[in-house]
Design a protein around this ligand. Structure first.
Ligand code: PHE
Length: 488
């Protein structure tokens, strides 16, 4: 038996994994893409992607971690052999962890900054969209503001990681996730009671099939990956702190359910407020940092709502960010035998430095454009594009191919059946039926790899169009590219 730290309880693991899944993607991005891409029609396609591709890959990722008790590089090495090229698939995950965190923590910093502003009552002065946009523009172009809050956010993440699996990751998630859920339920209920709330609800739930095309499907799949934290070994690393007695299939159902439920609740909380104040739904930072804050100013209980919302957003960002950093830390601990403290310090210094150009992309380095000088990408855009659109789907592709063809579906199912299962549905007993097992095989071996390749090709073709779709943005040029942060 090794002396690897383990989760203290089943619930601890589930909350930590759900904490990783529930992040800026759910609260910031999901409501917007659902609203703009056909409402319930998008939701329907997204749910198919989640169930048919996200859920099976989530099972495999957690299993790879549990079986090998290793970080992504070590996991592939221990199954495929030290000299096999599969270890590079794991290395891709470590690279993605590094890249995602470098822009994710910048947005986490904005969220923290807005929490402080909410406490100060700043939003009560946001009478028009112009005022809130100006405030946002000025805040992100202020080097001190952006670096200061980014640093504070980063220190919180590092502090939790330093405490370890049980006293850091697990304890934080056990406290933060129920808090998040409670705040969100109150906000959604409060939103539903506002005059005109119906309009917001129908924006999110009315199916508009005319808005659906091939691209909608690809967007839904891309987002399914990002929102479930798949493709970079975050779930693998969390799975590596599990023991054989846990039912991975059951845990995956719960994680997927919580992630989807929270995204929908966030949509309800945001759009009821925006519509009842007569605001226009918009995308990206425009939606929550500008439109929501302006709409709030017009409503009763605005002060309380504003604080709750940004605390919620910050919690969601923290519980995801810790899972991103943990991948790189586990890599150094397992592969180089570093202590957790040393590994955390090395990785956080590296990621912190990598994040600086991303933070400065909105001010000092605003004009430094990579690839194409006049229209190109800032550092922030590049980190976002590389990670969300290329590294995650590519990682997911390798995981599916590895499970389907190297490990083999029989072996995967045999191992998934190991944990204790309680019920027939929503537990691993579902895989005992041979027809369900074949469906699982088809999803992993054929459907997932083919669809992921399509998403990748789409992402690459989008990336080559150096002109990001800024027209949709209600905000200034310097903040527009952020709209794509979560456009996996
Ligand atoms: N799932 C997180 C979100 O929705 C982001 C994330 C991606 C976290 C990849 C970990 C790994 O915001």
């Amino acid at each position: 038996m090794n002396n690897r730290e383990q989760w203290g309880s089943r619930t601890g693991f589930i909350l930590a994994a759900a904490g990783s899944a529930v992040g800026l993607g759910n609260i910031w991005k999901f409501p917007y893409i659902a609203g703009e891409n056909g409402g319930a029609a998008f939701l329907f396609i997204y749910l198919i992607c989640i169930v048919a591709i996200g859920l099976p890959i989530l099972n495999v990722e957690i299993l790879l971690g549990r079986e090998t008790q290793k970080n992504p590089v070590g996991a592939f090495k221990s199954i495929a052999g030290k000299s096999s090229i599969w270890k590079y698939a794991g290395a891709l995950g470590v690279l993605a962890s590094f890249t995602i965190l470098s822009f994710y923590s910048v947005v986490g910093g904005w969220s923290l900054g807005y929490t402080v502003e909410a406490f100060k009552g700043t939003f009560s002065a946001f009478e028009t969209l112009e005022i809130s946009e100006k405030f946002f523009g000025e805040s992100v172009s202020n080097v001190k503001w952006i670096i200061g809050y980014h640093t504070a956010f980063f220190l919180m993440v590092v502090g939790i990681i330093l405490l370890g699996v049980k006293s850091g990751l697990e304890k934080a998630s056990k406290f933060l996730m129920p808090t998040l859920l409670l705040i969100l339920i109150i906000l959604a209920a409060q939103g539903l009671m506002l005059d005109g709330a119906n309009e917001g609800v129908s924006f999110l739930f009315n199916p508009d099939w005319s808005a659906v095309n091939g691209e909608t499907f690809l967007k839904a799949l891309g987002h399914a990956f990002f929102t479930l934290s798949l493709g970079m070994g975050a779930m693998m690393t969390y799975g590596s702190y599990l023991s054989n007695k846990d039912d991975i299939v059951n845990a995956s159902y719960i994680i997927v359910f919580l992630d989807t439920f929270i995204a929908i609740l966030a949509g309800v909380a945001i759009f009821t407020v925006v519509f009842s104040a007569g605001g226009e739904p918009a995308g990206g930072p425009g939606l929550i940092f500008n439109v929501l804050t302006t709409s709030l100013a017009k409503l009763p209980g605005a002060y309380f709502f504003g604080i709750s919302f940004f605390v919620l957003l910050t919690i969601a960002a923290i519980t995801s960010a810790i899972s991103i950093l943990e991948v790189s830390v586990a890599y150094l601990v397992d592969e180089f035998k570093y202590s957790r403290k040393k590994a955390t310090l090395i990785m956080s210094i590296l990621v912190y430095c990598a994040a600086i150009p991303c933070a400065l992309s909105f001010n000092a380095l605003e004009d430094v454009k990579l690839f194409v000088q006049d229209k190109g990408f800032t550092f922030f855009d590049v980190a976002d594009f590389l990670a969300s659109n290329l590294l995650l789907p590519l990682g997911g592709f390798f995981i599916a191919v590895f499970a389907g063809y190297v490990w083999g579906i029989d072996e995967v199912v045999k191992k998934l059946l190991k944990g204790d299962s309680q019920s027939v549905y929503f537990s691993n007993s579902i895989l005992r039926s041979s027809s369900n097992k074949s469906i699982f095989g088809v999803l992993i071996k054929f459907l997932s790899p083919v669809l992921i390749i399509l998403v990748l090709l789409y992402a690459i073709s989008e990336g080559l169009k150096t002109d990001p779709p800024k027209e949709e943005m209600p905000v200034e040029q310097e903040v527009a590219p952020v709209e794509e942060v979560l456009d996996a």
